[in-house]
Design a binder for this molecule. Sequence first.
Ligand code: BES
Ligand code: ZN
Length: 591
Amino acid sequence: MDTHTHAEPNRVRVTHVSLDLALDMARHQAQGAVTLSIERLDDKAPLVLDALGLAIESVAGSDGSARKFTLGDESPAPTSWMGAPLSIELARGDRAVTIRYRTTERSDALQWLAPEQTTDGKAPFLFTQGQAILTRTWIPLQDSPGIRVTYDARIRAPAGLTAVMSAEDLGCDADGAFRFRMQEPIPPYLIALACGDIVFRPISKRCGIWAEPSVAEGAQRELDDTEAMIASAESLFGPYRWGRYDLIILPASFPFGGMENPRLTFATPTILAGDKSLVSLVAHELAHSWSGNLVTNATWRDFWLNEGFTVYFEQRIMEAVFGVERASMEKELALAELEREMKDLTPREQVLHVELEGRNPDDSFSNVPYTKGALFLMRVEEVFGRERFDRFLRGYFDSHAFQSITTEQFVEYMKRTLFLEDPALSTKIDLATWLTQPGLPSDTPRTKSESLAKVSREVARFKAGTSAAQLDTQGFVTQQWLTFLEGIADALDDKKMSALDAAFGFTKSGNSEIVCTWLRLSIANGYAPADARLAEFLTEVGRRKFLKPLYTELAKTGAGMKRGREIYAKARPRYHAVSVGTIDKILGWQG
Ligand code: BES
Ligand code: ZN
């Protein structure tokens, strides 16, 4: 069913992962052992795991004696990202195996940062990124979102550094090692670890922020609505089932905006705008505590079940905590972005229930599962009404809690619950079109925000010749500025850029979303005064969502490509493998 794993879970299935690793921050290596508890459905079958970029030292069975194992070919092109099957011959009584191993420089989940790559610049840092199929690069296991595991871990870190994981924190043992345990079954991509010079600041009894010392207080203030978000999410979708909800603000090289590791969201510092304008990312990662972590896509084809539901919930949380208008702006902005992006996507990439056989799930990353997925759910809500739809969603989470499901299973569930209750209404939703066709269906809900309508009027005035300084932008919030910049994008030259910069100070903006959009327009219009800021931004920030449009814009001209490559030569060693993979392709970079 899952084409992105070598595992054969219907014969031998991993049920629990017990990690024991020592972190060598200087040699960029984690070394130790993992013990995998197994369930044997076919007692003649070997245990087959996924492994990529790992040095396997030995394998032992339940009784501690050695077991034969074979590690297949790791890099048969064109699917080298799949890794190799690690096949272990089991003895009759084996209920667990212990694999001694170490990570290598090809362990792409891990990013080891030198002190100068952190915000405070004083201590090394390590973080992992497992989703989609990178957990196999730091732990040999059955790396499929359909194979849920509980886990525990013992992590030895250098003195002075703190380790945190996506699990319950059990404190340190007698040797000073950090202990963790996750007692709910989770998909392996949610096993996550970070280690560095970090401190904790509380937000509420069950929520707080981990961050480097100089970042912690600002982050605590910026994110102090998180408890209100958790409370409103619970009243919408049912109890929060993970105990604590903490966030860690990572160094700027983190390749994503956020990653919903259970109990501990990993986040980029680029969401800290100073005015809380980018906190919808927290609503998003929090929403994954239901959609994604509680009910999980069984395969990467079903990724829209994770992200589409999560964007929908994110918007509901934003509406509950910050009001309808803020949520409307974000919805309208997201749809506009999806429509711009779709122009460059192949038809198959525009399909919600995407075909991924033979492809790296990471290569087909786009807004489609996110925004089109959320639009589908908004459409169902529109047809059935919010009350009924909310009841359906709660039932969906309750009945599928701690399970991984496919699109087919979701459709089947919807047909025998929501649709069966009201067959007449159900005919208004064309499931086949929404789930299997490219493009946006004609019944796509289109939110209209008053605040963004106001922006359109200023865009029109600017295009009709009103100077930047004369525009009425009083009180514009981030979402309005972003809409404004996209709106005028096709009417700029470097003189106009200069007037806009003089009036609004975009080049020196501390808001990552605004500065990223502005820098893209600066490249497109040859606006040289932003050159230094561009180089600085691309060297500091490793978030792929920002890097991709900027390098893509640079790559459009010969001179831009040359400049992009110069910057990249310096910045590349500072990026996580996920971002490197994407930017290498854009710039045609060879190793
Ligand atoms: N789970 C995703 C990040 C992800 C997806 C990592 C696929 C690896 C593979 C996370 O929840 C996410 O969607 N993050 C977004 C932010 C969000 C507000 C849309 C991001 O990182 O920009
Ligand atoms: Zn997400």
